[in-house]
Design a protein around this ligand. Structure first.
Ligand SMILES: C[S@@+](CC[C@H](N)C(=O)[O-])C[C@H]1O[C@@H](n2cnc3c(N)ncnc32)[C@H](O)[C@@H]1O
Length: 281
């Protein structure tokens, strides 16, 4: 896995983003369980801590004290900011670890399991192969009742060079390919959300619903990887055709309106992202 240099992380202390609101709602449900004293939460590619920035308002004092938060990111400067936020939340414990996402299980300890794993606004920054591999590694790190919450945009308001935003239907098809290979009847469906400036998708995966042991994941990993690679090649090919058709139209007829200009720009970024993704990074 490698990082794109246009990668950035937002931190707006005055507002909560809808994807973070959804994640915290799930978390609130977990910490409200009176039988539970401790929730282990792993926030993959946590950035500057936007998701925890309003936790004091979102969760009760007592329930925040149940949380053991692990933030993980490659960018040390980002996690310094997140750590400052976490230090004011009176959590049971918090830690930040650094490294590439492909290595998170090793950095955190391969036996470690989490009740809640979040991965928000990250998928577009990874090659789809790397993203699916991250999802597989995350399944294995869930406790038997653990939940994985993933959210990403279908298109970026500010385009980033090399970013490849997957669409809701593509992520649904990729993840269900994994479940087919695992021979389970479990299937997911990405919810697609139309926001004011972009569309996004979210997936929630509950480990209890998959009912597959880690050994089966390991046994099937090669078959899954091979099948996923073929699926991703198909996605790239079909998106390439779409993109080339659009750019051909603009080349011949021009982009007349401001909206056309914007679509042309997005298509040019997409063209580069597809070329980059074809390199298999
Ligand atoms: C758009 S930010 C999202 C931050 C946070 N999850 C949020 O929702 O606000 C993407 C984050 O992914 C991190 N990142 C990108 N590629 C990574 C990689 N290969 N390994 C680890 N972190 C990575 C970046 O450093 C950045 O903090």
């Amino acid at each position: 896995m490698s990082m794109i240099s246009d990668s950035s992380a937002v931190l707006e202390l005055q507002r909560i983003l809808p994807q973070h609101q959804s994640a915290i709602t799930l978390l609130n449900n977990m910490v409200q369980d009176p039988c539970i004293n401790e929730i282990k939460w792993l926030d993959l590619a946590c950035g500057k801590g936007q998701i925890i920035s309003q936790l004091k308002e979102n969760l009760s004092d007592n329930n925040r004290k149940k949380i053991i938060y692990d933030g993980y990111d490659i960018n040390v400067e980002f996690t310094k900011i997140a750590s400052r936020i976490a230090s004011n939340l009176e959590l049971r414990q918090y830690r930040f670890n650094h490294g590439d996402l492909s290595n998170f299980a090793v950095v955190l300890g391969v036996e470690k399991e989490f009740d809640f794993i979040t991965c928000t606004n990250v998928a577009h920054e990874l090659h789809p192969n790397a993203f699916v591999s991250l999802v597989l590694d995350s399944f294995k790190r869930l406790t038997s009742s653990g939940q994985l919450f993933i959210y990403d945009m279908e298109s970026l308001t500010t385009p980033e060079l090399g970013a490849f935003p997957l669409r809701g239907n593509e992520i649904t098809s990729l993840l269900n390919t994994i479940f087919e290979c695992l021979n389970t009847v479990y299937r997911v469906h990405a919810s697609v959300w139309s926001h004011k400036t972009c569309k996004g998708w979210s997936i929630i995966i509950n480990r209890a619903h998959i009912s597959i042991e880690n050994e089966i994941f390991d046994k099937e990993k090669k078959a899954i990887t091979n099948k996923i690679k073929l699926k991703i090649d198909d996605i790239i090919q079909s998106r390439c055709k779409e993109c080339v058709d659009l750019l051909t139209t603009y080349t011949i007829y021009g982009a007349d309106t401001a909206e056309d200009e914007q679509l042309k720009l997005v298509a040019l970024y997409e063209f580069w992202a597809l070329h980059y993704a074809r390199g298999g990074k």
